[in-house]
Design a protein around this ligand. Sequence first.
Ligand code: AKG
Ligand code: FE2
Length: 170
Amino acid sequence: MTKALKVQPNEMLDLFEEVDQSIKINYYPPCPQPEQVIGLNPHSDGVVLTILLQINEIQGLQIKKDGMWIPINPLTNAFVVNIGDMLEILTNGIYQSIEHRATVNSEKERISLAAFHIPYKCDIGPTPSLVTPETPALFKTISAEDYVNGNITSKINGKSYLDVVRIQSS
Ligand SMILES: O=C(O)CCC(=O)C(=O)O
Ligand SMILES: [Fe+2]
């Protein structure tokens, strides 16, 4: 990633010296009227990267692309890797976090396992070499802890939590 972005490797790698991995297991029971409910509301993950396993290979994960919800069909023995908000901030908007949601199934339960990767004891802001006069900082710098805590306690609403650190263009 640092090669692709042409940034000094240490600029970003130093952040990942101490990374917390937290695991969440999602259980979605079957619902006789799946179109009336949502398993998990649209959101982006407030982390750097999420590695997700659709454990029992029941379809439910959807990503938002060009304003449309696209199903992500489970592949045997494959992980889904989601870009989170912190990577969008670090890359000054070049890599964008993915908005996603989970639907439920009328007959089958669904189980997924998400491993969230969050650097801690550090600040998260656009990496210095990606901020130039042509590409000014799109986001403020915030401590990783404040971003995570604020995100966890805010209402789940698409990618709206990123607005907390977004620098409004005048
Ligand atoms: O169940 C899924 O496939 C998605 C889970 C998810 O997005 C999350 O836990 O943040
Ligand atoms: Fe998620």
